[in-house]
Ligand binder design. Structure first.
Ligand code: CP
Ligand code: NVA
Length: 307
């Protein structure tokens, strides 16, 4: 296993499946027998340069479940790269904590933390990707279908950080990935190039479309995310004009497979990228998906922090 968890792209399909199977096992054990102190005495330092509900609480609770502890470090406290260089922050923290989780704006900041820290670094979302989210996503998909390879996963909306990690986990594990996004909001070209390599190895297919209706036809999983990610707030009005045809609503859902599930990393902007009817409807798996962050991250923490 690698020292850090920074991107789905860094992990082989076998390693991802191993993490996924460990998450399934830990979740089952937790519900059957309660907590096991497998990381007793270990502390995770959590650097947050952006707000968070799920990432913050699920990592904190994951450490508690495993008998360890977590420290919340707010941006104002350490001024990552401003008050002090990232290299110095990484080296100082390495003497205090056994792992670092960081939510940053620029992906390069998480790469620098990993370069300079002696302890494992976990990416809790950057502008480029959101790998912990993708592990919870794939765990949720696995719980809803008998087998992952060959499933059709369709992402509708902005080609953002969440979409990058979802595309990569699908391409690595043999799920077919389709995205429908408006012109100007495509996935970054370099992430598509990587996905093509992964898909060639796994035998999955990739489709990049403009028409969301064409994209959801035959989908077993429909996924959407906010139209405006954190850090893009000044573009919100412009985006609200472009994205309405990409809203996941009942009409769009009815075009997918009749057993399709709907996922969203949350927070949701109800009435924009998803309607209440769909978010709260029988096809929605939004809350089990959010809860799976806990179980997926316990597997990541265990693999990286268990000495
Ligand atoms: N999905 C997710 O990462 O949520 P938070 O921003 O609340 O952590
Ligand atoms: N794409 C969103 C995900 C939030 C969890 C963002 O970056 O704001």
């Amino acid at each position: 296993m690698k020292k850090d968890f920074l991107a789905i792209a860094d992990y082989s399909p076998d390693e991802l499946n191993e993490l996924l199977n460990l998450a399934v096992k830990l979740k089952k054990e937790y519900f059957e027998h309660g907590n096991q102190p497998l990381l007793k005495g270990k502390v995770l330092g959590m650097i947050f340069n952006k707000p968070s509900l799920r990432t913050r609480i699920s990592f904190d609770m994951a450490m508690r479940h495993l008998g360890g502890d977590a420290l919340f470090i707010s941006p104002n406290e350490i001024g990552l790269g401003k008050r002090e260089s990232i290299a110095d922050v990484a080296r100082v923290l390495s003497g205090y904590v056994q792992g670092i989780m960081a939510r940053v704006f620029e992906h390069d900041h998480v790469l620098q933390l990993a370069k300079w820290a002696d302890v494992p670094v976990i990416n809790g979302l950057s502008d480029y990707n959101h790998p912990c989210q993708a592990m919870a996503d794939i765990l949720t998909i696995k719980e809803n279908f008998e087998s992952l390879p060959g499933l059709n996963v369709t992402y509708v909306g902005d080609g953002n950080n969440v979409a990058v990690s979802l595309m990569h986990v699908c391409a690595k594990l043999g799920l077919n990935f389709t995205i429908a996004s408006p012109e100007g909001y495509d996935l970054p070209e370099n992430t598509i190039k990587l996905a093509r390599e992964f898909a060639t190895s796994s035998g999955s297919s990739l489709k990049f479309l403009r028409d969301p209706h064409q994209a959801v036809a035959g989908a077993q999983v429909i996924y959407t995310d906010t139209w405006t990610s954190m850090g893009q707030e000044e573009e919100a009005l412009k985006r609200e004009k472009v994205f309405p045809p990409y809203q996941v609503n009942q009409a769009m859902l009815s075009e997918a497979d009749s057993e399709a599930i709907v996922l969203h990393c949350l927070p949701a902007h109800r009435g924009q990228e998803i309607t209440d009817e769909v978010a709260d409807g029988s096809h929605s798996r939004l809350f089990p998906q959010a809860h799976n962050r806990l179980h997926a991250q316990k597997a990541i923490l265990l693999r990286l922090l268990q000495g």
